[in-house]
Design a protein around this ligand. Structure first.
Ligand SMILES: NCc1[nH]cc(CCC(=O)O)c1CC(=O)O
Length: 319
């Protein structure tokens, strides 16, 4: 590679850390010269409304995809959990790196963990998935919206707006904020979001040579696990307006264990629907089959109000 490779990235501290991480990896592994193209996305500008109401997580990736389309950049680096379940035509996920800590973190200046919170304590999170799982354990909590980048969210906690907030451990660790974590939730008590803790690299489908190189960066166990997680969401016709948790982990016997929880679309106080499935998974088709199996179990249990009309139609998340 002679001309420098350009990575399109958002400009939050977390996004820049992730882009620099991939930049260093490409340089180490391929001796490539790599530069960053910083961009502000619509998702970064909308801080006052719930993302699920204004177009979803896809708002964080669309501008980056436009840069790829127009040839202004060659790769986009994303937190995988922010990547829509179905990519637009002409784009592919070329690599997924080894997952870091997938867990959610309990962050508080006064309380050690969820159980230590007093009755009616105020907890900040805008994630419907986190709300549903928090309420399932502590129906007394007052859960309030919390948006913005990690520094903003921590500032709001420090200003006293909340007794505790819930954030992804991986993001805090990447920004050297691990000391803010009071406890990590057990993944059965707070099932992570599909792809949480993993980085994805997106390129144009027609970037054949680059795709072949990035293929060498794929962490196979993470790749298969996140395929299973993402296929649950796809099978449920998932958008990020769904309180859906999906986490796959490799068991000691080599099987892939997939745990799923789905909350009611607009009432966090309705019970969570759960499914746990496991299988030997050696390729993408098997990972997707496992995800579909978990989705089917959830569908079987679901009363009205949990699933969008026409779920399972394979139309993806609609971005
Ligand atoms: N939704 C924003 C977002 N996207 C990725 C991360 C953290 C890093 C990761 O999960 O890979 C976060 C912050 C959070 O949810 O607390």
């Amino acid at each position: 590679m002679s001309a420098p490779l350009l990575i399109a990235t958002r400009e939050s501290r977390l996004a820049l850390w992730q882009a620099h991480h991939v930049q260093a990896l490409l340089t180490q592994r391929f001796g490539a010269q790599v530069d960053l193209l910083g961009m502000t996305t619509r998702g970064d500008q909308i801080l006052d409304r719930s993302l699920s109401k204004v177009g979803g997580k896809g708002l964080f990736v669309k501008e980056l995809e436009t840069a790829l389309e127009e040839g202004r950049a060659h790769l986009a680096v994303h937190s995988l959990k922010d990547v829509p379940m179905t990519l637009p035509d002409g784009f592919v996920l070329a690599a997924v790196l080894e997952r870091e800590d997938p867990r959610d973190a309990f962050v508080s200046n006064r309380y050690a963990d969820l159980d230590a919170l007093p009755q009616g304590a105020r907890v900040g999170t805008s994630s419907l998935r986190r709300v549903a799982q928090l309420v399932a354990q502590r129906p007394d909590l007052v859960i309030e919206p919390l948006r913005g980048n990690l520094d903003t969210r921590l500032r709001k906690l420090d200003e006293g707006q909340f007794d505790a907030i819930v954030l992804a451990a991986a993001g805090l660790m990447r920004l050297d904020l691990e000391s803010r974590i009071r406890t990590r939730f057990d993944t059965r008590r707070m099932i992570p979001c599909a792809g949480q803790g993993a980085l994805g690299i997106e390129v144009r489908e027609d970037a054949t040579a680059l795709r072949a190189q990035l293929q060498q960066l794929v962490h196979r166990p993470t790749w298969l696990a996140v395929q299973a997680e993402r296929s649950v969401s796809r099978a449920l016709g998932g958008s990020c307006s769904m309180p859906l948790a999906a986490y796959a982990q490799w068991a000691d016997d080599g099987a892939l264990q997939l745990d799923v929880a789905l909350g009611h679309a607009d009432d966090a106080r309705q019970p969570l629907l759960r499914a746990s499935v496991r299988a030997t998974v050696a390729d993408d088709a098997a990972a997707e089959a496992l995800g579909s199996q978990a989705a089917a179990e959830v569908v079987r249990q679901a009363p009205a109000g949990y699933l969008p009309a026409g779920h399972g139609s394979g139309q993806g998340s609609g971005y």
